[in-house]
Design a protein around this ligand. Structure first.
Ligand code: SAM
Length: 235
């Protein structure tokens, strides 16, 4: 059952969930399931998988980085992962959920209001939004899961992060080459690869990673480039 898996998994990850979190994960699961009947929001195969592959996988970021009372932007949040699962585990996070698809963002805006989890939900493309002064280098952390290859993702995420903040990319265990190939891009964007934190999703044997990139210098104004340029030639 979802509540048992999430509670046991959080303990295994060393995360202490606030009161009411399990009921919020249940309500979130119900909302995702209902929305999935109307449009394709996220691939979930029942509550056990949602508990492990979505909620615990997302919450594991808290075992890899300190996001307490931090401003965090989830780039390409889709159905709200990892951002909303993180906000449930630590409500002190000041969360912005960003996605290019209006329908997904409308779902997130209404869901977070209904769950009493105040967040900003923004419908925009990351490579455009991060040129806006109110979003550029304004966040303590940018997180992303399943959005793009790390080289591209660094260009989408690092411009949002203030110097001294972090870009946290959730990746699979076989991402050595992807990380290596992203090194020049990370450097050009003002980042420094600080750590690769491995974890096993509790109640599964799935190994995952959080790639931790520190922002050590401002991102040059010319980045991010337009989407066509990013796609044509990764940094
Ligand atoms: N992060 C979620 C998860 O792990 O379940 C969603 C992953 S989904 C495969 C990728 C999402 O990224 C989509 O919802 C898509 O609209 C969004 N996306 C892709 N490129 C984007 C961009 N340049 N700016 C904003 N959102 C983007």
């Amino acid at each position: 059952m979802l509540e048992e898996i999430v509670a046991g998994g959080a303990t295994a990850l060393g995360i202490s969930l606030p009161e009411g979190a399990l009921a919020l994960y249940r309500a979130y699961f119900d909302a995702l399931s209902e929305a999935n009947r109307r449009f394709n929001l996220t691939a979930i195969e029942g509550e056990d998988q949602a508990a492990t592959l979505h909620f615990l996988d997302s919450a594991a970021v808290l075992a890899c980085a300190d996001l307490h009372e931090k401003t965090v932007i989830d780039v390409g949040a889709g159905g709200g992962l990892p951002g909303l699962a993180l906000k449930i585990a630590d409500p002190t996070i000041d969360l912005t959920l960003l996605d290019a698809t209006e329908k997904k963002v409308a779902f997130l805006a209404s869901l977070t209001e209904r769950l009493g989890l105040p967040c900003r939900a923004v419908a925009a493309r990351a490579e455009e939004l991060s040129h806006a002064p109110e979003h550029r280098e304004r966040y303590d952390a940018a997180v992303a899961r399943a959005v793009a290859d790390l080289r591209v993702l660094a260009e989408l995420c690092l411009p949002f992060v203030r110097v001294g903040g972090q870009f946290l990319a959730m990746k699979s265990a076989d991402s050595d080459r992807e990380i290596e190939e992203a090194a020049p891009a990370i450097e050009k964007l003002g980042g420094r690869l600080a750590d690769v934190r491995a974890y096993t999703i509790p109640a599964t044997d799935i190994l995952r990673r959080v790639v931790v990139v520190e922002k050590v210098a401002p991102t040059p104004e010319r980045f991010p480039r337009r989407w066509a340029a990013i796609q044509k030639r990764a940094l």
